[in-house]
Design a protein around this ligand. Sequence first.
Ligand code: DNO
Length: 358
Amino acid sequence: MKIGFRWFGEGNDSIKLSDVKQIPGVTSIVWSLHHKLPGEVWEVKEIARMQKQIKPHGFDMDVVESVNIHDDIKTAGPGRDQYIAKYIQTIKNLSKFGVKVICYNFMPVFDWTRTDLFFPLEDGSTALYYEKVKIQDDPKLMAEYILSESEQKGLTFPGWEPERMARLDELFAAYKNINKEQLWENLIYFVKSLMPVCRENGIKMAIHPDDPPWDIFGLPRLIIDEAAIDRFLTAVDDPHNCLTLCSGSFSANPNNNVADMVRKHCDRIAFAHIRNIRHYPNGDFAEVSHRDRDGHSGILEIVKAYHDCGYQGYIRPDHGRHIWGEKCRPGYGLYDRALGIMYMLGIWDMLDKLSGKR
Ligand code: DNO
């Protein structure tokens, strides 16, 4: 495995890459152009600017998270083919910089969804939280809360572009007649049309699951369980059509067994997110430390599954708690993610030793 660390770019992240450099094992910066709106081409000179920030620290920039997808592609709207052509141009431009994996999602309207970005945990830290009763009928309160947090902190929140959120009614109207089957068709159409350029340029498209993995606010969500993964990988059975296997997203549904997914699809997982979730009996969930016993995601079994299958892809710690008074982007502080990496490496190195690899 190759370890990555998500970083949001100079001026948009409180963390210095010179500090990331001191976390053992990290070789990749997982990056994006966060000022770009879905549908815009990522120009070579903009990518080059990012390269100048990352490369001097000796990191590679092999993984992009995310190149977001225009709603016309998801809804088969009038601009679909034009936006796919732009996406293809972005893939070509990224390949000039050695990018190997593009993480993306196909969630309608919203990306990740939480009701509290700073929920107090019993150890005095805070973490992201999902309160089920608040995600029922009206999405506006939740969207306003997330946007106000992003505004107050002066940071972009990927997937929560204010320009899009200002058009919520319009967006919901565009999805009104899109049922699950149509969304599947639109996803497959999109992925199939990218495969030739991915093959030519050695790029893997790695879909991120829906977070949380169920329908919200009446919007259909697709990548939610093992059956959906099977359907997706079979529909476009190409080694460039891959997964971003996010342990936290899938395990928000206690019926999902992430270690089984890893064992089954190891060769089609281009990128792995490791995060731990604690469930509450009423359907709420909190994000907790990476330590196995702090949550219910089964981190030990998941990391073991990656080790057992000889995983060669990229892996990153996903959201951490906000600890030691750190003022940071929700989920993306330095300290708890560094602890998460050390926990993963501890498991990995011991498994190497036990299996005679070290
Ligand atoms: C949240 C992330 C997601 C993820 C996108 C990928 O922190 O896991 O926003 O980056 O869904 O497209």
